[in-house]
Design a protein around this ligand. Structure first.
Ligand SMILES: Cc1cc2nc3c(=O)[nH]c(=O)nc-3n(C[C@H](O)[C@H](O)[C@H](O)COP(=O)(O)OP(=O)(O)OC[C@H]3O[C@@H](n4cnc5c(N)ncnc54)[C@H](O)[C@@H]3O)c2cc1C
Length: 415
């Protein structure tokens, strides 16, 4: 069976759901397909940080020496690297190493800042207009540091943000303990990125999925896309395990799975998965006041209504989404180096998700090189929730041939 549709979106993660939301708002008819369930994949168990303060991409000077140093101490390392000789993976690593330059950072700052600020604004707007109850807090992201060296690096980042007109408050020992009473005595300083926010991502995405259904979206779940039929430079049919679609336009928003979907089209999309884990605990006597980032250990902590989520690890090249119990225990132990937590946490859920990472750390947003009716919206790495509303709005504008709110050349296809 072939279903004719106006717009087909492949992937119901944060990006696909927001593309659907803004396209429906603009009057388009949208079918969203997901291989599993929309709103549940790599977005639901993440830290829920909305971070316009993140203006430096993953590929930056100093990242490789730091990662190598971490790997000398595997049990404490926030970073892992799959060992593989697969050519696409090796090429990705070479491109990543080549992109770790000051020039890449300078190229990225302005577009990342524009996308991040617009997204933060849109989150506030959507949550207010749609009355989403999702533990949304506009009280920033507080970095905690246990060592002088990391605190100095945090101060450097705060200065960079000031240069770009973004807020960041440096807190010496006493001030950081007043701001976050859950911090242990060992914490000697902090930086508070006061323009950031946080929410419960699973709850937010569940509400967004329900909202786009009432707006008229056709959501086809348990429907993996398996291939395409093309005519000249147009996609005429999208094939799936359950039915085929004949769309006018296609938006690919399949996160870390995007390269395997685009391969039959001859597009070598350089996106690698970077797996991470989370645990969600309930029944805590008290929760931290707001979202935290534990500096040296790169652990994110987020209080929801009456739960606490702790997330960590970035394992490049790992595609399976089975949570690893050893790493869940290590992530909890790392959080205890900074925070007072209950004796034994009542862990309700453990989770693993995949961040889609491009070699230069910037997302890919825009038309594909060979197909005039294929748009790409992927590669958001650790910012796929944070940047989702703006990506959705920009992608909808591109699909509708409308003017964009800002320049997105840095995000276009570049390989
Ligand atoms: C531990 C951890 C913590 C994180 N914390 C944050 C955070 O605090 N803030 C933040 O902004 N980001 C965070 N992230 C990153 C964020 O979760 C990702 O960047 C985001 O999920 C990417 O969104 P996406 O929509 O591009 O892809 P995904 O969320 O991966 O969604 C892709 C969808 O495509 C579907 N799909 C795949 N293949 C097919 C197919 N063949 N056919 C149909 N559908 C298909 C999948 O089922 C999935 O639903 C974190 C990630 C991890 C792992």
């Amino acid at each position: 069976m072939t279903t004719k549709t106006d717009l087909l979106i492949v992937g119901g993660g944060p990006i696909g759901l927001h593309c659907t939301y803004f396209l429906l708002q603009s009057g388009r008819s949208v079918t969203l397909v997901d291989q599993a369930q929309a709103g549940v994949g790599s977005g639901s168990g993440n830290a829920g940080h909305i971070v316009p303060s993140h203006i430096v991409p993953l590929a930056a000077p100093g990242v490789i020496p730091t990662a190598l140093r971490w790997m000398l101490d595997p049990p404490r390392s926030p970073f892992g690297l799959k060992i593989s000789l697969q050519p696409a993976y090796l090429l990705w690593l070479i491109r990543f190493a080549a992109a770790c330059t000051e020039a890449n950072v300078q190229r990225a700052i302005s577009p990342l800042k524009a996308l991040g600020l617009l997204s933060a604004e849109l989150f506030a707007q959507i949550i207010a207009e749609e009355h989403f109850a999702c533990s949304y807090r506009e009280n920033g992201l507080l970095f905690l540091y246990n060592t002088r060296t990391a605190f100095e690096a945090g101060k450097h980042e705060a200065a960079l943000l000031h240069q770009h007109g973004l807020p960041a408050e440096v807190l010496e020992r006493q001030a950081v303990h007043t701001r976050e009473p859950a911090a242990l005595e060992s914490v000697l300083g902090g930086v508070h990125f006061t323009g950031d926010a946080s929410l419960d991502p699973g709850e937010y995405l569940r509400l967004l999925r329900a909202r786009i259904l009432t707006m008229g979206a056709h959501i086809q779940e348990q429907t993996p896309v398996t291939g395409f039929e093309t005519r000249g430079n147009k996609i005429v049919r999208v094939l799936s395990t359950t039915e085929d679609f004949a769309p006018e336009q296609v938006i690919l928003a399949a996160g870390a799975w995007s390269p395997q979907i685009t391969r039959p089209l001859g597009l070598n999309l350089p996106v690698q998965p970077a797996r991470g884990y989370s645990l969600t605990a309930s029944g805590l006597e008290s929760l931290p006041r707001g979202a935290l980032l534990l500096g040296e250990r790169k652990i994110a902590v987020t209080p929801f209504e009456n739960k606490l989520r702790i997330t960590g690890r970035l394992e490049i090249g790992e595609m399976s989404t089975a949570p690893n119990p050893l790493w869940i225990r290590r992530i909890e132990a790392a959080a205890r180096e900074y925070l007072q937590l209950n004796g034994v946490l009542h862990i309700e859920e453990t989770w693993a998700g995949l961040r889609p990472v491009t070699p230069d750390g910037l997302p890919v947003i825009g038309y594909s090189p060979h197909y005039e009716n294929l748009l790409l919206a992927t590669g958001h790495a650790m910012l796929g929730l944070s940047l989702a509303p703006a990506t959705g709005q920009v992608t909808a504008a591109l699909a509708n041939g409308q003017q964009l709110p800002f320049e997105i050349r840095a995000f276009e296809w570049r390989w």
